[in-house]
Structure formats: C-alpha cells, structure tokens
Design a protein around this ligand. Structure first.
Ligand code: HEC
Length: 289
C-alpha cells in the first residue's frame, strides 16, 4: 500500500510528533486505503481456489484505454476506461485466453456465475471496464434497481457481441475462474442418458443461459431460486407455464429475471426435458447427513 505508507510518513513528519488526533486520522486513512484497495481486487481462480489477485488501480494504469459502445444495460451510448479482456485474463492466468483449457466462469458479487468458453473470451472486442468516463468517480447507476456495475464490468464493443445471453456481460465482477464446470457441478448433469437425448441438449441451454443465476441440486448461480430442489419447477408448475415464464417472466411478475424470447419452441422443449430428467436425479445438499 505505497499510497498509505506515503501519507503516513508525511503526516508523521510534518508536525514532528504524532498527536492522538493525528494518529486517529492516520488510522482512518489506512483503513480507507485498505477498504478501497480490497474493493478493487479481481480474484483469479482455478477450480475454486484463488491463484492471483489483480489490482484495479494497477490495471487502470497498465492497460486501460478509452472505449465507446452501445451498452445494453444502460440502454445508451457509454464511454469507459477499460482493459482488453484478453489482457486481463493473460495477466491473471499467465497464458493467452485461447490457450486456456476448460470453462471460464465469471463470478459476480451477487452470486451471478456466467459460464463462457476460452474461444469466446479470446475474441476481439471484450473489455473489462474500470471507470465510467462520463463521471468523475465510479460508474453511473443503471436500471430500475440503480445498479452500480463497478468495480469491474465486462463489456463488448461489436454489435454482434451485444447479446447478453450469449456473451458474458457480468457487472460487479468479483472473480474469473477457469474450471471444468461439469466436474465442478456434477449434480447438474442428466447422468445416464444418451448423449443425443433432449435432456442433454436442455442441459447445454441451462448451462449457457440459466446456470448463471439458477442452481440445480444446489450447484450454480444464486441470483434466482434453485430449479430442482426441494421441488422441481416441473413438479409444482404446469409445463406450459414454465415455458411461458422462461420466455417472458415480466408477464407473470415484475422480478429480476430477463426475458428469453430468442429461445425456440424446440429449445424450451429441451429445457423441460432436462428439468424432467433432473427431477428424478435429486441431490439435496441440505438433506445430506
Ligand atoms: C439474470 C438472472 C437470471 C437468469 C439468467 C435466469 N433467471 Fe430464472 N429467475 C431469476 C430470478 C431472480 C427469479 C425469481 C423471480 C424473479 O425475480 O423474476 C427467477 C425465476 C425463475 C422461474 C420461476 C420459479 C418460480 O417457481 O417462480 C423459472 C421457472 C426460471 N426462473 C427459469 C429460468 C430458466 C429456465 C432460465 C434460463 C433459460 C433462467 N431462469 C434464467 C433470475 C434469472
């Protein structure tokens, strides 16, 4: 914490002595520096374990540049100071993103955990936004909940990358993890079914679009409710209603789930096949001895 050390040194040397008031001020400064440093750390994980921490201030200094894009969350043109996602990943893991093996999971503070692939994050156009250039401090809030996307917010430059379902756009990003999602979340897969069965296709859709917010058998994101335990959504709701809800939740309640209008009837059938398969494969961590 060189800044705090310098401040401490200056404060103690100016007056020549450390009065109780000054000591309190110094303590407050140190605490402030510690808190803000902690708030701007991005954890780099391998299979659940922190292998490195990237300092937001250092990223801002080393790789940030001004970018401008149409932001789907702000629903506006935005300007950010941002580092290329590939550079951040390379600093974190020590190798270029396209050479990573496994799945890449973006973990946010609120329990959101979006699964992506090394190929996707190696694409040109991905950035980690560190500062809102239209504001002197921090980020402007967006949406009904006045969400502050900082300290780390993943954004994409190209129009073809603006789809928040297919591209990871996590805000309040806390960690980037490389892992094998199937091995990490073994109780989310429809084990024992043929590879080409609709349930496996449904699993792939769940994993790409729903796991970020919903767990199955207690494994996955925690923004929304678990979809399988204690009861599966296909046990307590009619299937037609489940499909309608997935496509347009706002027709049912003003909640936090985004709509999924892009899912075809076949996709929804596959999702339901997956949920039906999982209702016969319950594993409730809360009920384990
Ligand atoms: C960005 C987070 C998010 C994503 C992505 C998401 N959901 Fe949700 N979902 C929620 C939240 C939060 C709720 C709780 C109700 C609400 O706020 O709308 C919810 C509720 C639900 C419900 C209703 C549960 C009940 O009993 O009322 C179903 C079914 C559901 N989600 C299925 C899905 C499926 C399937 C997908 C993927 C295609 C998905 N969700 C993607 C956040 C999400």
């Amino acid at each position: 914490m060189p800044f705090a050390a310098r401040a401490l040194h200056r404060l103690l040397s100016i007056g020549g002595c450390a009065s109780p008031g000054r000591v309190r001020l110094v303590a407050a400064l140190l605490l402030l520096a510690a808190v803000s440093a902690q708030a701007a750390m991005l954890d780099i994980l391998r299979d659940g374990a922190v292998v490195r921490q990237l300092d937001g201030a250092a990223l801002l200094r080393d790789c940030a540049r001004a970018i401008e894009l149409d932001d789907p969350y702000y629903e506006a043109r935005k300007r950010f100071s941002a580092c290329p996602l590939a550079t951040v990943v390379e600093q974190g893991f020590g190798i270029a993103p396209d050479r990573l093996e496994g799945d890449v999971v973006f973990r946010a503070r609120d329990g959101y955990a979006k699964v992506s692939t090394p190929a996707r994050i190696a694409e040109e156009g991905g950035f980690v936004a560190l500062r809102d250039l239209d504001r002197p401090e921090g980020f402007a809030p967006f949406g009904r909940g006045a969400t502050d996307p900082g300290p780390f917010y993943v954004v994409w430059m190209k129009p073809s990358q603006r789809d928040t379902h297919r591209y990871p756009w996590p805000y309040q990003l806390a960690a980037i993890e490389v892992t094998n999602v199937r091995a990490r979340y073994p109780h989310t897969v429809p084990a024992g079914l043929a590879d080409e069965s609709p349930a496996w296709r449904g699993y792939e859709i769940y994993r790409g679009e729903c796991m970020a917010c919903h767990s199955v058998n207690g494994e996955g994101g925690t923004v929304g409710p678990d979809l399988n335990i204690p009861q599966s959504i296909v046990e307590y709701r009619p299937e037609a209603q489940v499909k309608a809800y997935i496509r347009n939740p706002a027709a049912f309640r003003y909640g936090a789930m985004p709509s999924h209008e892009h899912l075809s009837p076949a996709d929804l059938d596959a999702l339901v096949a997956y949920f039906r398969a999982m209702k016969d494969r319950k594993h409730d961590p809360r009920k384990q001895p």
